[in-house]
Design a protein around this ligand. Structure first.
Ligand code: FAD
Length: 277
C-alpha cells in the first residue's frame, strides 16, 4: 500500500461504481501537465478496443448530474500508445473545462467510442511536403500525426507550425517535437524531414506574426529556408481558431488548392479547434 495514494476527487468517488454510459469508455487519468493558466494536457488509460486514426477527434467529458458534459477533443497520443493523451484549453466559465482543469490522477473521464474527423492523410492527394498549420490547442491532432511513422514514409518533408499569443503557450507543441526527435525509432524516421516553426503574436519572440500573414508574405518558407508553397508538391492540414482557418482557406483556395474530405482527397483539409458560441 502506498503511503500517499493519489487523491481521487469527489467526482471520481461518485462515479467509480457505475457502468459506463452506452457509447463511451470510462478511462482513468494517469498524468496531468499544466503549461499556463490557459493550457494543460493529460493522459488516461486506453481501453484496448478503442481504435482511432491519427488526426481524429472524439467526444470526451465528465459524468456530472443530471447528464454528462461532453465536448469534442482530438487525440494527441499516437495510435499505437497504450494511453490516450489530450491537450486542452482552460475556459474559466466553460461548462467542461472549468471542471476538467481540476482533474487529478485517478479521476475518470468519459471517452466516446466513435472517433471521427477530416484531418486524415488519406483525405489528401499524394504530395512530397506536408504542412501542419495550427494555433493553440489546434496542435493536438498534429501531435498524433507527428507521432505516426507512416507520415514520414508518405512525405519527404513535414513542416509543423504552431501559432500562439504568448511564448509560454508553445510549450506543449515544442515538447511533442522534442519527443519525436529524441524517440528511438521515430527520431530516425523524422531526421531531416521534420521541421518546426513556432510563432507568437502578442509578445517578442524569435518568429512573430499570424500564420496567414507569414505564408502570404513568403516569410515562413524563407525563414525555414525551403521552397515557396507549390500546389504540385504541397499538402496542408489546418486546425485552429476560426479566423485563422477562414483566412487560410481563402489563401489556399486562391492559389488553386482544393479542399479535401473523406472520399474526395484534396490538397488541404480543415478541422476547427473549437466552435465560437
Ligand atoms: P465551451 O462552451 O465549449 O467554449 C466556450 C468558448 O471558449 C468558445 O466559444 C470559444 O470561444 C472558447 N474555446 C473553446 N475551446 C477552445 C479552444 N480549444 N481554444 C481556444 N478557445 C476555445 N479543445 C481542446 O482544448 N482540445 C482539443 O483537442 C479540442 N478538439 C476539438 C475538436 C473539434 C472538432 C471541435 C469542434 C472542438 C474541439 N475543442 C478542443 C474544443 C472543445 O470541444 C471545447 O469547446 C473546449 O474544451 C471548451 O469546453 P467548455 O465546455 O469549457 O467551453
Amino acid at each position: 500500500m502506498l503511503d500517499n495514494p493519489p487523491k481521487r476527487s469527489e467526482h471520481a468517488q461518485k462515479t467509480a461504481a457505475r457502468p459506463s454510459p452506452s457509447g463511451f469508455y470510462r478511462e482513468r487519468v494517469l498524468d496531468i501537465q499544466h503549461y499556463t493558466d490557459k493550457l494543460f494536457s493529460f493522459r488516461t488509460t486506453r481501453t484496448q478496443s478503442f481504435r482511432f486514426q491519427s488526426g481524429q477527434f472524439t467526444m470526451i467529458g465528465l459524468e456530472t448530474e443530471p447528464r454528462p458534459i461532453l465536448r469534442a477533443y482530438s487525440m494527441a497520443s499516437a495510435v499505437y500508445d497504450d494511453w490516450l493523451e489530450f491537450f486542452s484549453i482552460k475556459v474559466p466559465d466553460g461548462p467542461l473545462t472549468s471542471k476538467l482543469q481540476h482533474i487529478v490522477v485517478g479521476d475518470e473521464i468519459l471517452v466516446g467510442a466513435k472517433p471521427t474527423g477530416t484531418l486524415l492523410a488519406s483525405n489528401l492527394q499524394p504530395g512530397s511536403r506536408l504542412f501542419l498549420l495550427a494555433t493553440g490547442t489546434g496542435f493536438a491532432p498534429f501531435a498524433s500525426i507527428l507521432r505516426d511513422p507512416e507520415i514520414y514514409e508518405r512525405f519527404d518533408t513535414v513542416v509543423a507550425v504552431e501559432g500562439c499569443r504568448q511564448a509560454a503557450e508553445l510549450a506543449y507543441a515544442t515538447s511533442v517535437i522534442e519527443d519525436v526527435r529524441s524517440h528511438e525509432f521515430l527520431g530516425e524516421l523524422a531526421a531531416g524531414k521534420l521541421l518546426y516553426y513556432a510563432t507568437v503574436t502578442r509578445e517578442p519572440y524569435y518568429h512573430q506574426g499570424r500564420i496567414p500573414d507569414l505564408i502570404d508574405s513568403g516569410k515562413l518558407c524563407d525563414d525555414l529556408a525551403i521552397a515557396p508553397f507549390n500546389l504540385a508538391t504541397d499538402r496542408v492540414m489546418l486546425c485552429g481558431n476560426p479566423q485563422m482557418l477562414a483566412d487560410l482557406r481563402k489563401l489556399f483556395a486562391g492559389r488553386g488548392f482544393a479542399e479535401g474530405s473523406s472520399g474526395k482527397p484534396g490538397d488541404f483539409v480543415i478541422e476547427k479547434a473549437f466552435a465560437e458560441r
